[in-house]
Design a protein around this ligand. Structure first.
Ligand code: ATP
Length: 913
């Protein structure tokens, strides 16, 4: 009882402590007095709490105690349970606070387009040991040098290098024509190493010891210098020129920068040593908000220089915003300097510097005039004074940002309640799904004016969603497409800042999702994969959480193949309202609705229904209730029908309720028609599919739908149209789980599955993609295209496949990897294996291995490891070891670990087990 009192006091005192400070309330004395329990007993309890992890202790004099959870919540995550001094705790706090460091805040774009860049920098410098060498890649003037300097400042601020540690910079291009000089500057030299080397001289590598060395334009490094540098990266040793026998050591963090293509301008061995390439976007890729931030920042700097107000007319400002800057930020900055300097020179005596069309130099004027049509961004002149701040010009904290921040807070709160068992998982899912739906849909309504890019984006998303609906057998509400599009558009235009979950919490939420919302997360991953490949949008993990809950709110629901109902009626929402009433009343989603505009043509209605049938499983039957007799024509025109169809006209709510009731009872369609028309005056018609099922090949890919879709394109272009074969891509995991239990198998005669992994569908032959390029093609073609009688056509298919499926094309179809790069690593690995195992692999075997290893690398990068082995062989140990050794290069190049399962799998391929 008294222990509880001490705990309660500790908790409330930690809650009320204003800041982390040595206050009486947190000492044994203070707490003992507060709860009226002897000092000794209080001290004993407090120390027990520390052992149990409930409290943290600071061994100051007197000792202080905090309630651990409250401390964590209010201040930061403490790394220890006991601190030797108050200073130790404060030091940790300082480090924590500076994690959200100010160093990058002056870098424009740090909260938007450079956010990822800055995250990457932080990740590299924090890497245990001495950080990871990083390579900035980007056009001239994008800010590489600035970021290198900031990376150093960050290291110093975070205590990763000492205050005052060296930051040295070398522009390798300056010494391009004098390799020897460059090398001597970098590594130093020994007296007499070359003519003119009169003394021993240390190089930059030594001079930068304990600090940072930034090598700009590093593509100008000679191959020898690159070799010396990669030895240095490997073991921190190097030797001065002319002093090769003496190895020297230095501890330097290396930052490289280049404007050139990394794969083609460096030794491969060198590039491998630099695991982090940081791509810095060009000015053209930044948002207009960011560009205006640059402009105003540079104008403020100029105004401070002259100590005068600068007035920029809207005509000039709009053009500054719209010009294209080949040399990026650097050019923009210079241009502003030049414009200001020239205006200042002309108007020296006045209080203000006016920048207008008249004040521009002639050369500039023609550049400005070349922009004839531009959107009017600014309407009024801008006045910039030395005391101006960027926030005077740039809005921040948009409504969208506030909304998004709000929902992240709700997530945090509800998950905390969940962990404390205050709410159930069901309640959590429901609440968060509702919140996520509200926020994502609110973003739509915030949209003003329809932009073309948005329209385009929406069409693409719509296409992707249609594709997903038929691949996963789900249904997404129409407005979800609008909402998702708007979200993707706005997040990519940096309309709102996207908060992030803290990493521990993120992994907890992800674990929760994989347990409770697997379906939604699968659909989202598939959608994103397609979105990424088509639209170049990449969501953060935290956003994925938000959108997964949004999808949950949509109630995607996998529909079992039951008889389905559709209501077709003219009017803004007639069909939807009837369907809504019936579905609610029957407590089951029996009817889908299609609200048709009054002027909709019969042809369009037919298209809609055909699409509906192809994306929903209607094999058990379909009931269509229409509002006009003329629509009864549908009965004879729906092409893809796979089950019986009942059409009734003059739909009313009452009729739909009656039909719904019978559907619920699983009544036969003929019976439904008969019964309903007996008691109500409606026409009805039942038809049955007459079409023969067309043959189909399915494509699958373990790494995702995008790859399967690519494969589909390849196959489709290899199969002559007259064969009537249809190729369809389908989600691998879905197929593996549901097998033949989906509508494609009802609608088509599936002849075979081609892909990168066998989904094991009973009675359907599977062909591994690698086999198609292995030279044993004809045999396989005969197997899956057996129904084609004409041998010549089968041969054409084989020839087409051989022509279309080159290894490069295959790899680029099934992976995101850089094809040339992955092939060269695989080349090395196979060579090395042949040498070690003293065997020669046949060409066909090699082609199988190229494709297999490439998709293996991709799977591992995406963390989709195969974790069980179903083969029966016991591989020869030494060969397996040789194989593992041969693959080390691939592992280190892609930072992956190839498991024993995967190795055994490869072994089976090599030795035909
Ligand atoms: N994000 C930014 N915020 C503020 N200033 C920037 C930013 N990016 C670049 N600048 C400024 O633009 C100018 C050019 O940047 P910087 O020299 O870093 O580019 P760079 O990529 O190293 O160019 P180069 O390839 O020519 O060496 C510098 O004056 C820099 O301070």
């Amino acid at each position: 009882m008294s222990k509880k009192k001490v705990l309660a006091a500790l908790k409330s005192n930690t809650e009320t402590a204003e800041v982390i400070a040595a206050v009486e309330d947190l000492t044994t004395e203070g707490i003992s007095e507060m709860v009226g329990i002897q000092r000794n007993t209080t001290s004993q309890y407090l120390n027990e709490f520390v052992k149990e992890g409930v409290a943290i202790k600071i061994k100051s004099r007197p000792a202080l105690f905090y309630h651990a959870d409250i401390f964590r919540e209010r201040f930061f995550e403490p790394r220890h349970a006991v601190y030797e001094s108050f200073n130790q705790l404060l030091e940790e706090k300082r480090r924590h606070d500076t994690k959200n460091s100010q160093v990058f805040s002056s870098v424009i774009g740090s909260q938007s387009s450079l956010q990822m860049v800055i995250d990457q920098i932080k990740t590299s410098v924090y890497y245990p040991g001495n950080g990871l060498p990083m390579m900035f890649h980007g056009e001239t003037g994008v800010g590489k040098s600035l970021l290198a300097r900031r990376a150093y400042d960050f290291c110093a601020e975070q205590g990763l290098v000492e205050q005052g540690a060296p930051f040295l910079e070398l522009n390798c291009a300056q010494y391009y024509h004098n390799e020897e000089l460059l090398s001597s500057i970098l590594f130093g030299y020994k007296k007499g190493a070359f003519t003119g080397a009169e003394d021993n001289q240390i190089g930059l590598l030594e001079a930068a010891n304990q600090g940072v060395l930034f090598l700009d334009e590093c593509h100008r490094l000679s191959p020898e210098s690159q070799e010396k540098l990669f030895t240095f990266i490997d073991n921190q040793t190097f030797s001065r020129m002319g002093d090769n026998n003496k190895l020297r050591k230095s501890k330097v963090r290396l930052i490289f920068a280049t404007t050139e293509d990394i794969q083609t301008n460096f030794l491969r061995t060198f590039v491998r040593r630099i695991p982090i390439t940081i791509n810095i976007p060009s000015l053209q890729e930044r948002t207009s908000q960011e560009i205006s931030e640059y402009i105003y920042t540079f104008l403020i700097q100029e105004s401070q220089k002259f100590n005068k107000e600068i007035v920029v007319t809207s005509w000039v400002m709009n053009r500054l915003m719209s010009l294209s800057y080949r040399d990026n930020v650097g050019e923009l900055k210079n241009l502003i300097k030049v414009i200001c300097a020239s205006a200042y020179g002309k108007q020296n005596g006045s209080d203000q510097v006016l920048i207008s069309a008249e004040s521009l130099e002639e050369g500039l004027m023609s550049r400005f005039l070349s922009l004839k049509e531009i959107d009017n961004l600014e309407e009024a002149d801008s006045i910039i004074s030395p005391a101006s701040e960027i926030s005077d010009y740039i809005r921040s904290g948009t409504t969208e940002t506030l909304m998004i921040n709000g929902i992240f807070k709700v997530f945090n709160k509800l998950f905390q309640q969940y962990h404390e068992d205050e709410i159930t998982d069901d309640y959590l899912v429901k609440q968060l799904a509702r919140e996520a739906t509200t926020v994502v849909e609110m973003l739509v309504y915030e949209e003003s004016g329809e932009k073309n890019t948005l329209k385009l984006l929406r069409n693409t998303v719509k296409e992707l969603v249609n594709f997903l609906e038929s691949s996963f057998f789900i249904k997404m509400r129409g407005n979800s497409i609008v909402a998702l599009t708007s979200y993707l558009y706005k997040r990519n235009s940096f309309v709102f800042d996207i908060p992030k979950f803290e990493s521990k919490q993120l992994s907890e939420i992800k674990a929760f999702i994989s347990l409770h919302m697997l379906m939604e997360s699968k659909v989202l991953n598939a959608l994103l994969e397609l979105v990424e490949s088509k639209l170049d949008v990449t969501l953060t993990d935290s956003e994925k959480v938000l959108i997964t809950f949004y999808l949950k709110g949509l109630d995607l629901e996998v529909r079992k193949p039951e008889v389905r109902g559709v209501i077709l009626a003219h009017g803004f929402s007639t069909a939807s309202s009837i369907a809504d009433v019936v579905n609610r009343f029957m407590d089951e989603p029996l009817f889908d609705a299609f609200d048709m505009p009054f002027n909709m043509s019969l042809e369009k209605v037919k298209d809609y229904m055909n699409h509906y049938i192809s994306s929903n499983d209607c094999s058990k039957g379909l009931v269509v209730l229409v509002d006009m007799g003329s629509l009864m024509f549908l009965a004879d025109t729906l092409e893809q029908l796979s089950g019986p169809l009942l059409i009734m006209n003059n739909v009313t709510t009452q009729q739909a309720l009656f039909v719904g009731e019978l559907l619920k009872k699983k009544a036969d369609l003929e019976l439904i028609g008969e019964k309903v028309s007996k008691s109500m005056p409606f026409d009805y018609k039942v038809t049955y599919p007459i079409k023969e099922k067309e043959p189909m090949i399915l494509t699958v890919c373990q790494t995702g739908l995008g790859a399967a879709q690519q494969l589909k394109v390849f196959l489709q272009s290899s199969i002559p149209e007259e064969t009537g074969f249809i190729v369809e891509a389908i989600d691998y995991h879905y197929l593996k789980k549901y097998g033949q239990d989906n509508s494609l198998f009802n609608l088509y005669e599936v002849q075979g599955i081609v892909g990168t992994a066998d989904p094991e569908v009973e009675n359907i032959p599977y062909v591994a993609l690698e086999e198609l390029v292995s030279g044993q093609g004809q045999e396989i073609i005969n197997q899956i295209f057996g129904i084609i009688q004409d041998e010549k056509i089968r041969k054409v298919i084989n020839d087409n496949l051989v022509r279309n499926l080159s290894i490069e094309r295959l790899i680029s179809a099934i992976t995101i990897l850089d094809v040339k790069r992955v092939i060269s690593y695989i080349d090395d690995a196979l060579d090395s294996f042949e040498r070690r195992a003293k065997i020669t692999l046949s060409n066909s075997k090699k082609s199988i291995l190229y494709v297999h290893i490439a998709s293996l690398v991709e799977r591992l990068i995406r963390n989709q490891e195969v974790d069980h082995y179903t083969g029966e062989t016991q591989p020869n140990d030494s060969r397996l070891r040789q194989l593992a050794e041969a693959l080390v290069g691939v592992e280190s190049a892609y930072n992956i670990v190839i498991s024993d399962y995967e190795l055994t799998y490869l072994y089976d391929i090599i030795f035909d087990c």
